[in-house]
Ligand binder design. Structure first.
Ligand SMILES: Nc1nc2c(ncn2[C@@H]2O[C@H](COP(=O)(O)OP(=O)(O)O)[C@@H](O)[C@H]2O)c(=O)[nH]1
Ligand SMILES: Nc1ncnc2c1ncn2[C@@H]1O[C@H](COP(=O)(O)OP(=O)(O)O)[C@@H](O)[C@H]1O
Length: 194
């Protein structure tokens, strides 16, 4: 059986990765979502095992030592990582999986899965990005400033991705990503790619 597609959706904080990913999951019920582990505290309404697996620093370090993470990254003072087994089992079973992760982690996944589909979500402008992070109201000003300075560096990594999608409107961004997934399924795989 053909393996599933590994789709990595990345881009700067606040660009709308979470929002677009949720909408895609609603539109593509067969698309499997990888739930990450993190040392960040849960936000109001977030559930363990649904949004993230919330871990202590010690538990996270243990996952690293046991090689249970496909990749991990430290981002604005917290660790985030992708549980490996779930991704590999999903792909083996022929289902597509989407990882919504920040850019350093995405590039580590690319080293291990060069055949993955790497999608970079762009804001319509940096001003709009700041408005979105502020508008979400989940971070204090210092964290917002830190995330904005990280965002400028993150944008430079765009050229290492396969696709750039501007998140102007959620519906438009989702349609573009759906089109990318459809196209990837239609792609003729050369023996060297398999
Ligand atoms: N490398 C990596 N990044 C992750 C993972 N899970 C989430 N992230 C990213 O970590 C960053 C911070 O996530 P979070 O604190 O939930 O804030 P938000 O996504 O900006 O609302 C975001 O860019 C996420 O996409 C993961 O497993 N690995
Ligand atoms: N296309 C869009 N137009 C306007 N606002 C958006 C759009 N996409 C996301 N947002 C808003 O921007 C904020 C950041 O989105 P979020 O999905 O949390 O970003 P990320 O996961 O990349 O950090 C949220 O308040 C969200 O509602």
């Amino acid at each position: 059986m053909a393996k599933g597609l590994l789709i990595v959706l990345s881009g700067p904080s606040g660009v709308g990765k979470g929002t677009v990913c949720n909408e895609l999951r609603a539109r593509m019920p067969k698309l499997v979502y990888s739930v990450s582990a993190t040392t960040r505290h849960p936000r109001l309404g977030e559930e363990n095992g649904v949004n993230y697996f919330f871990k202590s620093r010690e538990q996270f370090m243990e996952m690293i030592e046991k090689d249970q993470l496909l990749e991990y990254a430290e981002y604005v003072g917290n660790y985030y990582g992708t549980p490996r087994d779930f991704v590999e089992e999903t792909l083996e079973s022929g289902r597509d999986i989407i990882l919504e992760i920040e850019v350093q982690g995405a590039l580590k996944v690319k080293e291990k899965f060069p055949e993955g589909v790497f999608v970079f979500l762009l804001p319509p402008s940096l001003d709009e990005l700041k408005d979105r992070i502020q508008g979400r109201g989940t971070e204090n000003q210092a964290t917002i400033d830190h995330r904005m300075s990280v965002a400028a560096d993150e944008m430079r990594l765009l050229e290492q991705y396969d696709y750039a999608v501007v998140n102007d409107e959620i519906d438009h961004a989702c349609r573009r990503i759906e089109a990318i997934i459809t196209a990837e399924h239609c792609k003729v795989r050369k023996p060297a790619d398999i």
